[in-house]
Design a protein around this ligand. Structure first.
Ligand code: HEC
Length: 243
């Protein structure tokens, strides 16, 4: 039986998820118990990147967060045991609604149909090799790749990826020695800041706002990075040249 192969956490998440699906069905929101084929996978992918990717690796979504389990690895054995997308979807859905209260994953990061869409997307791709194709391939704009940031009128502005991916839009920047205001616009709901390593400038951490800090640039080459745990490791880093 499949049930004997599930670990305890998944078994309880699965039954809770099914119970919640039944309740929602009674209250008239039938889509929550509908098959994955009716889910909006593009919406699911976009929300996964915004709300979940900062803590989880999921290769097809390009997410690189490391504070939660790697979801490709987490579901690899489920794939081998032929749970199918539906079985995995139930576990992910249950986890979104009822994460372990002692773990740092907040409950209800997405709700209602959005939660179904995220669960459906994750179950469609987790632990599967290859790349997303068709509409899913273009669901989330690629992160990074911006032109170098250039200090202008004493302001150096380096943006966080607006979709919540763990990258700065600009991975290189230039400035001149002297006073500077460092700014980091962050349109996403994922917390970020920017630190100039050995440069004495650290902004506060912000979501949906502009982080700012003033300091003095010295000539040389510096690394800038996000000091929220796991973000630098995931690639949220760049190179600043001051001359
Ligand atoms: C703040 C970080 C954080 C965010 C954001 C987050 N998670 Fe998690 N997630 C975790 C942690 C930590 C665990 C491990 C929890 C535990 O051990 O009980 C986890 C566990 C999971 C698991 C179970 C994996 C396993 O090995 O059993 C799934 C599935 C999951 N998360 C999906 C999601 C989805 C989907 C979202 C977005 C709606 C999300 N997570 C958002 C941190 C996060």
């Amino acid at each position: 039986m499949i049930e004997t192969r599930l670990n305890g956490r998944w078994r309880s998440a699965l039954s809770l998820g099914l119970a919640a699906g039944a309740l929602l069905a009674v209250s008239g929101c039938t889509n929550d118990s509908a098959p994955a084929t009716s889910a909006n996978l593009v919406n699911g992918k976009q929300l996964f990147v915004q709300k979940c990717g900062a803590c989880h690796i999921l290769a097809r979504a390009g997410s690189k967060g490391v504070s939660g389990p790697n979801l490709d690895e987490a579901f690899a054995s489920a794939r081998r045991e032929n749970w199918g997308d539906d079985g995995i979807r139930g576990v992910v859905y249950g986890q979104i609604l009822y994460p372990n209260q002692n773990a740092p994953m907040p409950a209800n990061l997405v709700t209602g149909h959005d939660a179904s869409d995220v669960a459906a997307y994750v179950s469609t791709v987790a632990g599967k090799p290859g790349k997303d194709v068709g509409l899913l391939a273009s669901a989330v704009a690629p992160a990074g790749g911006g032109k170098p940031a250039v200090e202008k009128n004493g302001v150096l502005s380096i943006s966080a990826d607006p979709n919540g991916q763990l990258l700065y839009v600009e991975s290189t920047a230039t400035g001149t020695p002297g006073p500077v205001e460092l700014q980091m616009p962050n349109k996403s709901g994922v917390p970020h800041n920017i630190v100039i390593e050995n440069g004495g400038i650290t902004t506060p951490v912000v979501t949906n706002g502009i982080a700012k800090a003033s300091g003095t640039l010295k000539a040389g080459e510096f690394v800038y990075f996000c000091s929220v745990p796991g973000h630098r490791e995931a690639g949220m880093v760049g190179k600043l040249t001051v001359r």
